[in-house]
Design a protein around this ligand. Structure first.
Ligand SMILES: NC(=O)c1ccc[n+]([C@@H]2O[C@H](COP(=O)([O-])OP(=O)(O)OC[C@H]3O[C@@H](n4cnc5c(N)ncnc54)[C@H](O)[C@@H]3O)[C@@H](O)[C@H]2O)c1
Length: 397
């Protein structure tokens, strides 16, 4: 059988790195709930009704890795994202999900990749009809720079024993022919990984899911730009009290996230915000505030100018739920990756910029309109490719 998976539809297998985290446990509950009560989950999916050449969403399978020894249900209960009665309703199914231990921290990068690739072979064997996709939901990590490495062997030698779990999972996936969704702010899409992905016909997408405040920032900045209103300054503050928020209190772990949240505004507008003050006036702050848990809150003050340079201002207050916003996107992105792989797409997919703060790949769409348009075009190309593959298969004697 070829990569097109024809004939017969195949279900998605989400292989989640960080399988017991806040987003991942919410995702696991959503996937499980979808089997019993799809009407509760399906309306939250942006891919609802798309990719009919894949098996139904309700057939999605899930497995993964975590270094947290708690059961998946206990972990979900501790995070408190999904109400307790809902967690308990699905506990039997949740605790049947295979979650393997993460590679030991002392293992070098090559050893980690080999161990994870062996795990992927086992997961594939256990779900032999499925289309696996790696979903990276590991904690935000300090930025590494391996852009100069030209080959896998050079990368393994340079990396030595440094701990870079994201890279290990992504390399294990790509070298096993499994597409990657990088939902984290971590820079895993280094040239060596991209080259391997293209060589092995594996699609990749990322980086840093655009779930709440930044999603609305793209919408509003695009709207102000379309009306030729000049943004003079943009002050963004976030408070969140989950493990991600705590982790982001380490400046070197927050650096990637803050840069991803900051850089896109100038890119959308096409000029540096703060030009008239000779200093950047786009400010982004993230603060850990335990009482809020996953129920994050964000404030934006947007100063802009119109005719005769007269100043105007907007206040935006988002009271969101981090993992509730993120989990359906992770499932959507898994479906996109499986569909694109079947349609023969390989390497980074900048057309999925709609979902990310820092879309990887060349010429990523910037404004909201461009992001919707390029995602639409990508879907049409994918559907066309698949329907011509189906017609060819049907013509065969
Ligand atoms: N929630 C959002 O809206 C949002 C938006 C954009 C990006 N993100 C990013 O998504 C990622 C996940 O967020 P979260 O809130 O679920 O984080 P989390 O801290 O709740 O979950 C991370 C999980 O990874 C596990 N883990 C740590 N090291 C591991 C390893 N080596 N192997 C396997 N598992 C390991 C942890 O035990 C934990 O269960 C973070 O990088 C976050 O910055 C989140």
């Amino acid at each position: 059988m070829t990569n097109t998976g024809l004939p017969g539809k195949r279900p998605l297998l989400l292989l989640v790195a960080g399988a017991k985290g806040a987003i991942a446990s919410t995702l696991a509950i959503a996937v499980t709930a979808c089997r019993r009560t799809p009407e509760i989950v399906m309306p939250s999916l942006t891919t609802q009704g798309k990719f009919t050449f894949l098996s139904a969403v309700e057939e999605t399978q899930i497995a993964g890795w975590d270094n947290n020894p708690q059961s998946l249900t206990s972990s979900a209960l501790c995070q408190g994202v999904v109400p307790e009665p809902v967690c308990r309703l699905h506990a039997d199914q949740l605790d049947r999900i295979a979650v393997k231990a993460a590679p030991a921290p002392g293992l070098n990068l090559q050893g980690q990749v080999e161990q994870l690739a062996a795990d992927i072979r086992e997961f594939r064997k256990a779900h032999d009809r499925c289309l696996p996709v790696l979903i990276n939901l590991l904690p935000a990590a300090p930025l590494n720079n391996f852009d100069h490495c030209r080959s896998l062997s050079e990368l393994y030698e340079t990396a030595g024993n440094r701990s870079m779990p994201d890279l290990a999972y992504a390399l294990a996936a790509v070298t096993s022919g499994v597409p990657v969704v990088n939902f984290t702010p971590n820079a895993v899409e280094i040239p060596v990984l991209v080259t391997e992905a293209v060589k092995r016909e594996v699609p990749l997408c990322g980086r840093d899911g655009k779930t709440g405040q930044t999603y609305l920032k793209v919408v509003l900045a695009s709207a102000l730009k379309a009306r030729r209103l000049t943004v003079d300054g943009w002050y963004s503050l976030n408070i969140l009290g989950n493990a991600d928020g705590k982790n982001l209190m380490e400046p070197e772990r927050a650096a990637g996230k803050v840069a991803n949240k900051t850089d896109l505004l100038d890119d959308i507008l096409g000029y540096p915000v703060g030009g008239r003050y000779s200093t950047p006036t786009h400010k982004v702050h993230i603060d850990y505030y335990a009482p809020r848990g996953d129920a994050k809150e964000a404030w934006d003050v947007i100063d802009f100018r119109g005719l005769f340079d007269l100043p105007m201002s907007i206040r935006l207050n988002l009271q969101g739920r981090d993992s509730i916003l993120a989990a359906p996107m992770a499932l959507d992105l898994g479906r996109w990756m499986a569909a694109l792989q079947l349609a023969g797409h390989s390497g980074p997919v900048p057309e999925l910029g709609f979902y990310f703060k820092k879309p990887v790949g060349p010429k990523a769409p910037r404004t909201f309109q461009e992001q919707l348009n390029s995602m639409d075009l990508l879907e049409r190309r994918c559907e066309k490719k698949m329907s011509s593959a189906v017609s060819k298969a049907e013509e065969r004697p």
